[in-house]
Write a protein that binds this ligand. Sequence first.
Ligand SMILES: *Cc1c(COP(=O)(O)O)cnc(C)c1O
Length: 456
Amino acid sequence: MAKEIPYKIYLEENEMPKYWYNVRADMKKKPAPLLNPVTHAPMTHEELSKVFCEELVKQELDETTREYPIPQEILDFYKMYRPSPLVRAYCLEKKLNTPAKIYYKFEGNNTSGSHKLNSAIAQAYYAKKQGLKGVTTETGAGQWGTALSMACSYFELDCKVYMVKVSYEQKPFRREVMRTYGASVTPSPSDTTEVGRKILAEFPGTGGSLGCAISEAVEASSKLDGYRYVLGSVLNQVLLHQSVIGMECKIAMDKYGITPDIIIGCAGGGSNLGGLISPFMGEMLRGEKKYQFIAVEPASCPSLTRGKYAYDYCDTGKVCPLQKMYTLGNGFMPASNHAGGLRYHGMSSVLSELYDQGLMEARNVEQTSVFAAAEEFARVEGILPAPESSHAIKVAMDEAIKCRETGEEKTILFGLTGTGYFDLVAYQKFNDGVMVDYIPTEEDLAKGLRSLPVME
Ligand SMILES: *Cc1c(COP(=O)(O)O)cnc(C)c1O
């Protein structure tokens, strides 16, 4: 007998996941290895350890261990804001007049406002355990920097954040949250690094980009004793930590006998979506169940739907390892009027490989339709969603409307990654009717792809 399903499902403390799930262990064809940017040979543990923390390098390279026990200190921190609720969107279903059952996993219930804290706390923990003094990182809109500064203050680590200059100027409140948690925040490109000075000389007055801030953060960590660089998405280790999202969903849904037909998430670097789908994808890879997975990205930065599956640099300064991924090219710049985040040129290599194998679908959506969906959702479900998360809302609504037309009672699960309180300038543009869509032309895309490295 199925139990009566509550409006919001919260796991009990003793039901919480005790391990992260490594989906690579169940992939027959594994993602391609990271390559040295100069020699093009696979990156060794030793090389990576100069950039990243020891334990995180192990996780990055590990394709066989299925389950990683979550250290007690991290479980204790998770308890402060997890479990996150799995919510049945009854009001949205009613509004859409759909027979579909819609569930969302809400990751915005913590001060940083997004799922990024799940990996920030893990990365800070391993840095502390290694005896490091601090870490460096980049942040775009600021969610990752905020999450990392919270995690570092918890473990008393120094935290140096390179923040994309336009965001530094346009989102002063984000910056102040980071400083309140003790982080130092430098607008990027800056004159504090060689790569920053080089970019400033080449593009005076530039507002910066994620790829450029990554290069600066990597360089800064390499010049400081007792520091390593940490990254908030894209990498295998981040996807592993984010599997806590999917694990909680799976445990909660199994408990109540709910099976999703469609699982949807927004895709920036791919960690939240990868984490959400991991345990479900594992079942599919082992031949136990079938699901439809959909990655949603902005039409203005369409790495999966219009990019190329190729080795590329992860950063503008070309100091990071090469990664095989769906990419628009490290030189790709999304249009400046793009408001909704998810602007990274590449994608997680795990998701790229799953997509390439046809195990996951991808769609791109235009930002005005994303904000329209966000407002419709906010007005009935109450939560003010982040623009990034609203990409998933948009496609979940599209699928629910399809069910209305076909009469199918599908169960839809989507990831609601965060809240939008720091995105009100974008909401303002939408409300004033001045937000425009920009879809890159074939020529724009070809220009970005010309920045791909030539491989032997
Ligand atoms: C960073 C961020 C994303 C993008 O996440 P990825 O894991 O990089 O795809 C989505 N939503 C919110 C709210 C974010 O802060």
